[in-house]
Design a protein around this ligand. Sequence first.
Ligand SMILES: [Ca+2]
Length: 129
Amino acid sequence: MMSGKKIITSIIAGLSVLGLGLVVNPPAASAGKPDCNGRLCAYGEINWVGLLSPASATRGVIFNFSGLANDKTSSWSNETAVDGEYYSGANRGGSRFCANYRTANGWVGSGANDIFSSFYLFSNTTTCS
Ligand SMILES: [Ca+2]
């Protein structure tokens, strides 16, 4: 088993091989999606920036965005094990948009941007398509 010091030495050696530039200049934040902790998350900006409250939804229960979170969603991620849907109207009304399980969408598109007013997570294996 490697000692802590040996492990650190090995890591430093590995980073040296990769080049110091990789350490000094990490990838831009937009390159990755933030952890949504296994929930359904909506964000006010593209590429998962600006988490809208709340970040989670209970399965089988309609959730209406309220106040400043209404008509703001520009990206989302669904880390749950079930499909969800966003709607342009309150109470699952209006146009419907799928948020399939374990997928993420960094840009909902101009036709869906800033119009979501409610969402719903299925309580079973219903597939949104
Ligand atoms: Ca927005």
